[in-house]
Design a protein around this ligand. Structure first.
Ligand code: ZN
Ligand code: ZN
Length: 410
């Protein structure tokens, strides 16, 4: 990677991702192995007038060391002040940037039960902060810059160093950093996505029907569901882009109205453990049967995370012909892989995906079909062999995607 590319990346993060406002503080949670990018982002933020940038550093080697040596009954321990700090920052309106460069195989071979318990503990403590942030409380952005171990997983024939260099080359395209003016390129792309979700919002399909190899799935949509994609808005009306890169338009399924079977089209990296080639069968919205060629035990643990982990919280449409998909790579990282293909998520729905969702009580959300869970795990179900129809309330069938490409004009 060269300095110029890092600078462009940082500019896209600060201006398109966070859309950092005059006088707004920035809080960053980052892996140590992403420090060069964090320094550029910090510089851009201050140049943009941020009065304070703070970073909470993490180190993936330390995660591993915990699983190697910590007492087996200690995985419910959590530093409460960290979660309180993130909540406090969000409450005072600081923008939130999460930068991770996790080795997909980091925790391979460690006890899936303890991995699940650690994640569950973390999710429980983070929930108030993440609810506030992800429901439009502040602008937030997630990015995953190349790191050596991750790059070597994608390009196993290269050394870590060569692989990282090559991955930066790929990233330049995926993050549109190869444009002279990446910020304008992003704004055009985001406007295309917004036309797609405007159409879907107008149509208010009752059901989406997915068909492909191993897949025949009807996903019921709740009344007044909202499609989002590209950039979002905080409750205060500030635009931001939560994921960079992003290619998806997404909404929430009705948690009790999903029927049929769906087959994954890409491996799912569940915090360092891979689940591959898996199928889920739904009845009345809940997973009633599942199988996986690899990682079945991790899948089972994930589905048992809590009461509602077996129900869906997201449905997303992504054309097969997009930069990430066209790279032909499997990234073993949800941020990239989810933007390569149509996907579903098990677990929590985003309240922003239903009208008045942020104002509804828990009972009202439940009655509207909105899923609530400690997990939100995306898994890929799209490919160039998948067709999707939208079924309107009066029963007409409208093709939305054919063989992975958009089938409607905007
Ligand atoms: Zn998504
Ligand atoms: Zn998701």
């Amino acid at each position: 990677m060269n300095k110029n590319m890092l600078e462009k990346y940082a500019e896209v993060i600060v201006k398109v991702g966070l859309n950092l406002q005059e006088g707004q503080r920035l809080f960053i949670a980052a892996g140590l192995n992403t420090a060069p990018l964090i320094r550029e982002v910090t510089a851009k933020a201050y140049q943009n007038g941020a009065p304070l940038v703070t970073v909470l550093w993490d180190d993936e080697e330390l995660k591993k060391i915990r699983h190697q040596y910590a007492p087996r009954d200690s995985f419910e321990e959590f530093p409460e002040w960290v979660a309180r700090g993130i909540l406090e920052n969000a409450e005072r309106g600081d923008a939130y940037l999460s930068v991770t460069g996790l080795d997909p195989d980091l925790l391979a071979g460690f006890d899936p039960e303890l991995i699940a318990l650690e994640l569950k503990t973390r999710a429980k403590h983070y929930k108030p902060a993440l609810n506030l942030i992800s429901n439009g409380g502040v602008q937030w952005t997630v990015v995953c810059p190349p790191t050596p171990k991750w790059a070597a997983k994608i390009f196993p024939d290269l050394s870590e160093e060569e692989a990282e260099e090559k991955l930066w080359g790929v990233m330049e395209k995926l993050c549109r950093l190869d444009y002279d003016d990446p910020v304008t390129a992003w704004q055009q792309h985001l406007s295309d996505l917004s036309k797609r979700h405007d159409y879907l919002n107008k149509m208010q399909f009752e059901t989406l029907h997915f068909r492909g190899p191993g897949t025949d799935l009807k996903v019921g949509m709740p009344k007044d569901h909202i499609w989002k994609g590209g950039s979002g808005k905080t409750q205060g009306g500030v635009d931001f882009t939560a994921n960079l890169p992003t290619e998806e338009v997404f909404s929430m399924p009705h948690k009790d109205r999903v029927e049929g079977t769906v087959h994954s089209t890409k491996p799912l990296n569940y915090f360092g453990n891979l689940i591959e080639d898996f199928s889920l069968t739904f009845e009345k919205g809940r997973v009633v049967d599942f199988s996986a060629k690899k990682g079945e035990e991790t899948l089972r643990k994930m589905l048992e995370s809590d009461e509602n982990a077996k129900q869906l919280g997201e449905v997303a449409l992504v054309p097969y012909y997009s930069p990430i998909s066209e790279s032909g790579l499997i990234f073993f990282n949800t941020l990239y892989d989810e933007n390569a293909a149509c996907h579903l998520a098990l677990g929590s729905a985003y309240r922003i995906n239903i009208k008045d969702g942020v104002k509804m009580s828990d009972e009202e959300l439940d009655a509207a079909g909105v899923n609530d869970s400690l997990i939100h795990v995306d898994f890929m179900i799209g490919s160039d062999k998948v067709d999707i129809d939208g079924i309107t309330p009066d029963g007409s069938v409208i093709p939305l995607m054919k063989k992975g490409a958009w089938a409607f004009e905007v």
